[in-house]
Design a binder for this molecule. Structure first.
Ligand SMILES: Nc1ncnc2c1ncn2[C@@H]1O[C@H](COP(=O)(O)OP(=O)(O)OP(=O)(O)O)[C@@H](O)[C@H]1O
Ligand SMILES: [Mg+2]
Length: 479
């Protein structure tokens, strides 16, 4: 049932109850007044008749007196008058009220009773003494019963309520829709719009009642959410911009380091080549010494070619051709290639990667990364020991520079038993040309190139900090 209709039903019932109370009260009051009026009429009529009856009795006896009363009855129908004996010894003319109850009649001069057995009646007595005996004129009149009063009241209430109900129903349909139905409808619409994200929706209820207050509160809520969303969008845009400019600065610094590295790494062999070539050209070396110089030149050129090839490989690296495949064979292939070199340093290589581990990777790229990491481990170990590769899945958020929601990652770990990576060099190991190795043993490009490949896969490489023994590098790839 709609609110307006419910309200009007409640009002109708309340109105009917109030109306019924009032009508019953008024009817009771009327009945009481009418009873008192009837009693006064009976008294007047009785007094008026008593003189006539006494005179008729003394003139013509009982018959003449009764004749007078008969005439009175014929003259009007509302009340019935009768002659009765009230001395308690009558054989005829018995009063309807038993004589003992009429003992005080002579003293008070008038008595009146309401009779409820049968149709309700008002019966009054006025004393008339005849020939020394106590007689009376009995006046009876039918009156309304209380039941009838109630029935009348109920009937009248029912009619009024029906009228009132009809009126309220019409008022409900006409006014209720305007006062309650339409405003509530527009509030519901506002709530639905906000729910689907249309935060610029507003309810236009210019009213001073509770619904107006509710509309204002809901509008305020929608506006609040709209402003909060706008703020959030602004903050996100600013954050993205900051990230982008940080990345740009990062790229610039990488380029700078790369250029410096290239200049430095190529500078030394070029100086050697230059010096040796000049010596040969000036004829200051000859014979085996010239041959030795030529050999040194060739070595230095090889070094430069290697550096340049690595840089070219890095610069021209194509987007990874990623395929879902088991990781185990890729690891096995890498370790097989490196095993002779490892054995020379008494290092054993172990794969703990199970056959069920799947990776979405470019196989060549991943083998190159694993080769670089395992090579570093082998080179770091000064004593016999083991290098292990394992793979596991992990749920986590990416590091801040990648940004993104938490998700599942495949983590490939390369772990060795060497001296570990000192904390002070950890921030630099992925930089181009950063190396701690002897000249000719490392160029410092291995981790730099590896990081680029893993980044192309949407992942990153981390160094596990604070290890007691050895180093553990972790490659994260989207699972
Ligand atoms: N497993 C490891 N244990 C100890 N130090 C390591 C390890 N891996 C890397 N490093 C440190 O990080 C530096 C950078 O490594 P990276 O592989 O980039 O260059 P490199 O090995 O020195 O030279 P390249 O790989 O170009 O031959 C290394 O010189 C070394 O100091
Ligand atoms: Mg290396």
């Amino acid at each position: 049932m709609h609110l307006a209709r419910k309200l009007s039903l409640i009002f109708v019932l309340l109105g009917a109850a109030v109306l019924a109370g009032q009508i019953l009260f008024e009817l009771e009051h009327e009945i009481r007044v009418a009873g008192e009026d009837a009693r006064a009429d009976h008294r007047l009529l009785g007094r008026a008749l008593s003189g006539g009856v006494t005179a008729a009795w003394s003139r013509g006896g009982r018959d003449q007196a009764l004749e007078l009363l008969d005439r009175t009855n014929r003259f009007q129908q509302q009340v019935v008058v009768r002659w009765v004996w009230v001395d308690g010894q009558p054989t005829q003319d018995v009063p309807r009220i038993p004589a003992p109850r009429l003992q005080a009649l002579d003293r008070v001069g008038f008595l009146s009773f309401e009779l409820d057995d049968g149709p309700p009646q008002l019966i009054s007595y006025v004393p008339v003494a005849v020939n020394g005996r106590a007689g009376a004129i009995e006046i009876s009149e039918s009156i309304l019963s209380h039941g009838e009063v109630a029935l009348r009241g109920v009937r009248s209430v029912a009619v009024s309520s029906a009228l009132l109900g009809g009126l309220f129903l019409i008022a409900t349909v006409l006014i209720g829709r305007r006062l309650i139905g339409e405003p509530v409808q527009s509030l519901v619409q506002l709530a639905q719009q906000v729910e689907i994200g249309k935060l610029d929706a507003r309810a236009s209820l210019e009213r001073n009642d509770e619904l107006g207050l509710l509309a204002a509160a809901m509008n305020k809520m929608a506006r609040g959410r709209q402003e909060a969303n706008a703020r959030l969008a602004q903050e996100t845009a600013a954050k993205l911009e900051a990230q982008e400019s940080a990345r740009h600065a990062d790229r610039l610094s990488t380029v700078g380091k790369l250029a410096a590295g290239v200049a430095h790494e190529l500078g030394t062999p070029l100086n050697v080549v230059d010096g040796r070539a000049r010596m040969i050209a000036a004829g200051s070396v000859a014979g085996p010494a010239a041959q030795n110089s030529a050999r040194i030149i060739s070595e230095q050129v090889s070094t430069m070619i290697r550096i340049i090839r690595q840089l070219l490989d890095f610069a021209r690296r194509r987007p990874p051709k990623r395929e879902a495949q088991p990781l185990q064979p890729l690891v096995a292939r890498t370790l097989d290639l490196l095993r002779p070199l490892a054995l020379r340093r008494s290092v054993t290589l172990h794969s703990e990667v199970g056959p069920q581990v799947q990776a979405l990777v470019d196989p060549d790229g991943i083998c190159q990364v694993l080769t670089n990491l395992v090579m570093n481990s082998i080179q770091a170990m000064e004593r016999p020991g083991q290098v292990r590769i394992r793979a596991l899945e992990e749920s986590r958020a990416p590091p801040p520079h990648l940004s993104g929601a938490p998700r599942r990652w495949l983590r490939i770990e390369v772990e060795d038993e060497g001296p570990g990576i000192r904390p002070e060099i950890r921030p630099h190991i992925f930089e181009p040309f950063f190396t701690t190795k002897e000249v000719g043993e490392g160029t410092g490009l291995g981790l730099f190139v590896s990081y680029g490949i893993i980044q192309d896969h949407g992942g990153w490489i981390a160094v596990e900090p604070d290890r007691a023994v050895g180093a553990r590098l972790q490659i994260y790839l989207p699972a």
